[in-house]
Design a protein around this ligand. Structure first.
Ligand code: ATP
Ligand code: MG
Length: 415
């Protein structure tokens, strides 16, 4: 027996309808907000993530699935969706199309992490990316879209936390303040934090080590260092969200795991999925396109983890529509009527109804049992008499109600 790799999961036939439900909700939210789907490769040149995600992040430092292909190139399975979409935007000259360019994706992502509930090595993300607008309206729209997606799934008790991490100008001053604060504590902090101290002190705030967390708790807050422009931008985003009736709390500790963020950052947090509390997270990344060699255009996006959404829906007993089952099971008594069942099923299927027939040469009794097990909503047994009369007894499985229906009227009856 060869087992599934650690940290990955199969989606079984009895479970896939839940995925489809979430994906359908995602696509429909994208539709009403006018975001268009994009698809990018599962692997990219490693360099893209080094530059796009950032060399001081956990994702790049510890979590990437990097390999050399047969041509000796370094490739990496995408650990997130944004870098690939940004590359696509640049490579295809989308900066020349009418702005903003509003995109979305549903993609697998790969991170070499310690697997636990809600934390996998292959997981799936639904994400939005809007390119070309720096306006706070776009921040508000993207955040609002994420929120309406979560609403549609009936998720209660998910809290929106918001922060601004400023632009390189205010960040510079803030980094100096952070360094001044952290310097005397460095000897008590983890090795990674000591590297971050040199390269990107902001990252230290994101450290998950208990010892470091205690120290970062007293660190200066970015919001006190925002420049006037960034501050005004943040104020506008907040008032736009409030005007939509969207509740949020400002959490100055959110810095996000990836390097490319600027200004607005946000997370949707739930208390019902254990320690992996972020179901959806995102922010503005005004410098990524330029960083990757593209036009100097701002952008903003978010990504939601589909496995975490599923987990949260299960843990909170959120409503999920029932699985779709066959509208009719056609049971044949002998060779001739079985052939007729196949014919009728083909006709109904052609009309878009889900019909099922016997595949296992079962007796009629066993076919009825099977029909019940697969949740067929109606059953019709067909034998010689039915063939002669061109008429079948359709039995509704929920209450046993039975009605005679002409074979040629079956579609209309079932529809
Ligand atoms: P965390 O703090 O939980 O590690 P992150 O900051 O690394 O999250 P992002 O890079 O923002 O996560 O990814 C966006 C979303 O993708 C997360 O909010 C989460 O729902 C989901 N996600 C991230 N990593 C994983 C994983 N290893 N397994 C399952 N879902 C994940
Ligand atoms: Mg992570």
């Amino acid at each position: 027996m060869i087992n599934i790799p650690k940290g990955t999961k199969d989606v079984l036939p009895s479970q896939s309808y839940k995925w489809q439900y979430i994906e359908d909700a995602a696509r429909d939210v994208a539709r009403v907000f006018n975001f268009k789907e994009v698809r990018t490769p599962v692997f990219e040149h490693t360099e893209l993530f080094l530059r796009g995600v950032g060399e001081t992040t956990d994702v790049v430092n510890k979590e990437m699935y990097t390999f050399e292909d047969k041509g000796g190139r370094s490739m990496t399975l995408k650990p997130e969706g944004t870098a690939g979409v940004a590359r696509m935007f640049i490579e295809n000259g989308l900066a020349n199309s009418p702005l903003p360019v509003k995109t979305y994706y549903i993609t697998p992502a790969f991170r070499y992490e310690r697997p636990q509930a809600g934390r996998l090595r292959e997981f799936h993300q639904f994400g939005f990316e809007a390119f070309g607008s720096a306006s706070p309206e776009t921040d508000a729209e993207v955040i609002f879209a994420a929120s309406s997606f979560l609403d549609r799934l009936g998720l209660k008790g998910v809290k929106l936390e918001l922060n601004s991490i400023g632009c390189p100008i205010c960040r510079n001053e803030y980094n100096t303040a952070l360094k001044k604060y952290f310097e005397p504590h460095l000897k008590d902090m983890c090795e990674t934090c000591r590297v971050r101290f040199e390269k990107n002190p902001l990252r230290m705030l994101d450290c998950k080590e208990e010892g470091c967390k205690k120290i970062t708790a007293g660190a200066p807050k970015i919001l006190d260092y925002l420049c006037e422009d960034c501050n005004n931008h943040f104020e506008s985003v907040k008032s736009l969200l409030s005007a939509q009736g969207l509740e949020f709390i400002v959490n100055p500790r959110i810095v996000r795991g990836l390097d490319y963020y600027t200004r607005t950052v946000f997370e949707f947090i739930s208390g019902d999925i254990g320690s992996q509390s972020a179901v959806c997270a995102g922010g503005r990344y005004d410098n990524l396109l330029k960083e990757l060699g593209g036009a100097d255009l701002p952008a903003i996006g978010f990504a939601a983890g589909i496995e975490r959404l599923l987990l949260l829906m299960e843990n909170t007993s959120a409503k999920m529509p029932d699985e779709q089952t066959p509208v009719i099971y056609l049971a044949g008594m002998d060779a001739r009527s079985r052939a007729e069942c196949f014919k009728i099923a083909t006709y109904l299927r052609g009309k878009g109804l889900c019909a099922e027939i016997d595949h296992m040469s079962r007796s009629v009794k066993a076919q009825m049992k099977y029909a019940d097990k697969i949740g067929a909503r109606n059953v019709a047994v067909i034998g010689e008499t039915e063939l002669e009369l061109g008429e079948v007894n359709v039995k509704r499985m929920s209450d046993g109600f039975t009605e005679k229906v002409k074979i040629q009227d079956l579609y209309t009856y079932l529809k």
